[in-house]
Design a protein around this ligand. Structure first.
Ligand code: TXE
Length: 480
């Protein structure tokens, strides 16, 4: 069995008599690896090593274009090992191979994209007065902490680490206790290629080593992806040290389908947006708002699609994989079981027993026609393959409902009327709005982040490098 050690200061840390946590394959509920249960001492050692590397290692003097070349090399390394990495990601998360493969490609794209940006993050020349040359100098923010969840481990690690390394920072990654495998793969690569302390990988529980890291005064910036309550806790501990945070906290994103929508285009996108990764996606299209005039027709088509989906492990080429762990599985089934008599489960809504994988955490893709938009299952992130449906009458009600949750991450607008599409997009409180599409294949180049409780700041795109820099204003008085 794979024993995954911590990478601290260029050393692999983890002895037999340390405490180890089992890592489970959610497709079968079998143990596939063990990680070290990292603690406060490990956190302190890693931060100390990171601070030393920031000031003293040769990383400091590597030219930006060379950092860029190294990140491009990292992208190539990921692509060369794409098959192995996709298998690891499927094993760890239970997601279908096709989805894991696109995650690996997206990870490579992040290193490529930010590798390309490494020598293109410029300061300004600011006109003030004659004989005063005023410029801004861009510096790395310092030691960046990346707290990664379990739903897209290699993608989410890569998207922020690539931007942070491109801008010359040193990074500490705390992977999820559920899914450390692909981050461990990256750790081996960085261990071989980078000066010690520039990339460190820590494992363990969020409430232990995670909390020790977020409250550490030696950390200069935190990028966190996860739940709203944990995001708030991270932000509070960062506040004690006046440390900036980038938070991506999920959503309850709507697909809004107007009566004139092209349903042949909308249906596959709506289905994919909620069943991809078994609905365990921050940008999942988990609310369907449909014009009452076409509701019956659309629901009939969606039910047919949902019924045709195969639920099971990646090894059986399923469309919908398992839920990540027992806790999440119980939570989702609990929500479905408590929806109340006024709501209708149109399809699914049950645990699925897969032959040969009876201990896996499978739930059938589910559509619930809600009794009201105020119900908890319409308002809160379920993080499973569960689509809630609410009908609307007229554009004003559609917009009102679209904005009537605490979240604002993504929205899809389906209409052939360009004026209507633009009007709705301009009034939606959401970090991304897609018109007649949804998700646009991940979009490394597109700014991603939330309004309201979906988070703070933007990841992906050229804007994300702003999270990882300090700006120094330099004024030079010139006298001749
Ligand atoms: O999340 P947590 P959980 C949402 C989704 C899901 C819910 C609960 O709705 O149902 O969160 O999932 C680390 N200090 N998302 O319990 O607790 C933890 O180790 C520092 C949305 O898994 O937020 C893990 O690495 N770190 C989402 C990560 O935080 C801490 C992705 C996420 O854990 C910590 C995942 C602490 N005190 C869940 N406590 C998205 N936006 O994509 C935990 N962690």
């Amino acid at each position: 069995m794979d024993k995954i050690q911590l990478l601290i200061n260029g050393e692999w840390i983890g002895k037999k008599d340390d405490q180890w946590i089992n890592v489970i394959n959610p497709a079968s509920n079998e143990t596939i690896a063990q990680i070290v249960r990292g603690n406060e001492t490990h956190a302190n050692l890693a931060v100390q090593a990171a601070r030393f590397a920031l000031k003293n290692s040769e990383w400091k003097s590597i030219k930006p274009f060379e950092r860029g070349q190294f990140l491009q090399e990292t992208a190539r390394h990921i692509r060369e090992h794409a098959i192995e990495l996709a298998l690891l990601e499927s094993l760890d998360t239970g997601k279908p191979h096709a989805q894991a493969k696109s995650d690996i490609e997206a990870a490579a794209r992040y290193f490529e994209f930010y590798g390309g940006m490494a020598d293109k993050v410029f300061g300004d020349t600011i006109p003030i007065e004659e004989d005063l040359l005023n410029v801004t100098v861009i510096e790395p923010i310092g030691v960046t902490l990346h707290i990664v969840p379990w739903n897209y481990p290699i993608q989410i690690t890569s998207r922020s680490v690539a931007a942070a390394l491109a801008t010359g920072n040193v990074v500490i990654v705390k992977s999820s206790e559920d899914t450390p495998l692909t981050t461990n793969f990256l750790a081996k690569w960085f261990h071989e290629k980078l000066p010690k302390g520039v990339f460190q990988h820590l494992t363990g529980y969020g409430s232990e080593i995670g909390a020790a890291l977020t409250s550490h005064p030696g950390i200069n910036q935190i990028t966190f992806t996860g739940s709203v309550p944990t995001g708030i806790a991270v932000m509070k501990s960062a506040a004690d040290n006046v440390v900036p945070v980038t938070l991506e906290l999920g959503g309850k994103s709507p697909n809004i389908v107007f009566a004139d929508a092209d349903l042949a285009r909308a249906v596959p996108a709506i289905v994919n947006s909620i069943v991809q990764n078994a609905g365990q996606t921050c940008s999942a299209g988990s609310r369907l708002l449909v014009d009452e005039a076409i509701a019956e027709e659309l629901l009939e088509k969606l039910i047919e699609r949902f019924n045709s989906l195969k639920v099971g492990p990646p090894t059986l080429q399923a469309d919908v994989g398992p839920i990540i762990n027992q806790k999440q599985y119980n939570r989702i089934l609990g929500i479905i079981n408590e929806i109340g008599e006024d709501a209708k489960v149109l399809v699914g809504g049950k645990a699925v027993q897969v032959e040969g994988y009876t201990k896996g955490f499978y739930i059938s893709p589910t559509i619930i026609e809600a009794s009201s938009h105020n119900e908890t299952y319409v308002q809160e992130e379920i993080f499973g393959p569960v689509l809630s449906v609410v009908r609307f009458k007229g554009i004003e009600e559609a917009i009102e409902l679209a904005n009537a949750t605490d979240y604002g991450l993504v929205a899809g607008v389906w209409t052939k009327d360009i004026d209507q599409a633009h009007h709705v997009a301009s009034r939606i409180e959401s970090g991304q709005v897609f018109i007649n599409s949804y998700g646009a294949a991940g979009g490394v180049q597109m700014p991603f982040g939330g309004y309201k409780k979906s988070g703070i700041g933007r990841e992906k795109s050229h804007l994300a490098v702003q999270n990882y820099i300090q700006i120094k204003n330099l004024a030079i008085q010139v006298k001749y």
